[in-house]
Structure formats: structure tokens, C-alpha cells
Design a protein around this ligand. Structure first.
Ligand code: SF4
Length: 220
């Protein structure tokens, strides 16, 4: 959730569904992104999403969770916009959205508390859907789904290909066998499945090419 000015660099075109051209967006090298995203999920880093002018996630009827330790974010959000987070310990709060699904801190298309935004916003990265081969399916997340269709990871090495295949395989498994997980961490929407697939994918060795051959680098 980082509405920042767009450079327009690196965009391309690809034929989408129904023969309509869509602008593609470079999502970066897959392995590099996966490492950064997993660190963000662990709370060790922020996500670094090239949002450009996109504010889809700030306008998608999302409740923003703010933890008890996020004093700076809380100090920059009017108390009237915060309420206790259901089923969470004291001190965890949520910020809601307006009648159009917009975060109340989004003003004139920009985050008005960008330097002080909550951790939820700092770690959100809609590329998790592209990584897991999924799209958000809720009607109020249509703009995020549009963005997700445009991301294209690069796979400069067999390691990138193997890691991307592994994330998608974990997502397929999570969808097929949700009961395999304990109730507390069982995902109940597509966003949670995508994040969990990224989080649970462990390092995967690249496939061994047949002797005398090398695998070409590919994009998808
Ligand atoms: S605080 Fe609101 S406007 Fe700012 S990044 Fe988060 S969701 Fe977007």
C-alpha cells in the first residue's frame, strides 16, 4: 500500500483475455522477490512494491490491522477511526473504510500518513497473488485483481523457475486440503492462501538439466 509517483519504466504489452492488450508490469526476479517478501512476512523488512499511481489496495474495502507496538501510526490516525480488533488481545485495533471502500487516510489519491503508515500497509504486496497463481475473487477487490493480471516475474535462472513452481504448488495444496492446517492458521480467503503459500515455500533446488544441456532463462 504505497501510492507513489509512477515512472512508467519497464512496462510492456501482452495480449490478454479476449484478445485485448494489457500493459504488463515487471515484478522483478522471482527468487529475489520471494526472499524479500518472506522477510517482510516475518516482520524483518518492508515490502518494496512499485505501486506507481495505483491505490487499488487502499480503496478495496480492507480493514487495516494496527498492532499495540505501532505507536507512531496510531499517533497519526484520528482515534475515532480506530476500534478494537475482534478476537485479538487488547491493544490490537482496526481502521475501517468509507462508504466507497476507501481508507480514510487516502486523501486526493495519496496516503496522507505515508511516512507513518501502519505495518499492514508497509508489508502488503499484491504480487503475492501473481506468485501463487491466484487472483483476489471478491467484487470489491476488482482493481487489485486488474493489477495482479499485469505483473510479470522474470526467471533468469532455473532456481527462479523452481521457486515459482513451488509457491504455486503450495497454493494448490492449500486450496485442495485446507483441513491439513490447524484451525488457527487455516486460510479462509484468497489473500490468506496467497500469503501462506509464499510464507510456507522453502528453498527449492533448481532442476538438474540433462547432461550437456542448459536451461534457457524464461519470462512469464
Ligand atoms: S494508511 Fe490507508 S492510504 Fe495509507 S497506505 Fe495504508 S491503506 Fe493506503
Amino acid at each position: 500500500m504505497t501510492p507513489e509517483p509512477s515512472t512508467g519504466e519497464g512496462q510492456g504489452e501482452l495480449e490478454g483475455e479476449g484478445g485485448v492488450d494489457v500493459d504488463t508490469l515487471p515484478a522483478g526476479s522471482f527468487s529475489e522477490w520471494l526472499g524479500q517478501m518472506q522477510a517482510a512476512i516475518r516482520g524483518e523488512a518492508e515490502s518494496d512494491v512499485p505501486c506507481g499511481e495505483c491505490t487499488a489496495c487502499c480503496t478495496a474495502s480492507q480493514f487495516i490491522h494496527i498492532g499495540p507496538d505501532e505507536l507512531d501510526a496510531k499517533a497519526h490516525i484520528p482515534a475515532a477511526l480506530l476500534f478494537p480488533a475482534p478476537r485479538m488481545p487488547k491493544g490490537h485495533v482496526l481502521m475501517g473504510y468509507d462508504e466507497h471502500g476507501r481508507c480514510p487516510m487516502l486523501i486526493e489519491g495519496r496516503c496522507s500518513i505515508y511516512a507513518h503508515r501502519p505495518r499492514t500497509c508497509r508489508t502488503y504486496d499484491c504480487r503475492v497473488f501473481a506468485a501463487a497463481g491466484l487472483e483476489p475473487d471478491e467484487a470489491d477487490k476488482a482493481l487489485i485483481a486488474e493489477r495482479v493480471r499485469r505483473w510479470r516475474f522474470s526467471h533468469p535462472s532455473p532456481q527462479d523457475e523452481a521457486a515459482h513452481d513451488a509457491v504455486r504448488a503450495v497454493a494448490v495444496e492449500l486450496i485442495a486440503r485446507p483441513d491439513a492446517l490447524p484451525l488457527g492458521i487455516r486460510p479462509d480467503n484468497t489473500t490468506q492462501i496467497a500469503v501462506l503459500a509464499v510464507e510456507r515455500t522453502t528453498a527449492v533446488p533448481p532442476p538438474t538439466p540433462p547432461s550437456g544441456q542448459t536451461d534457457p532463462a524464461t519470462d512469464r
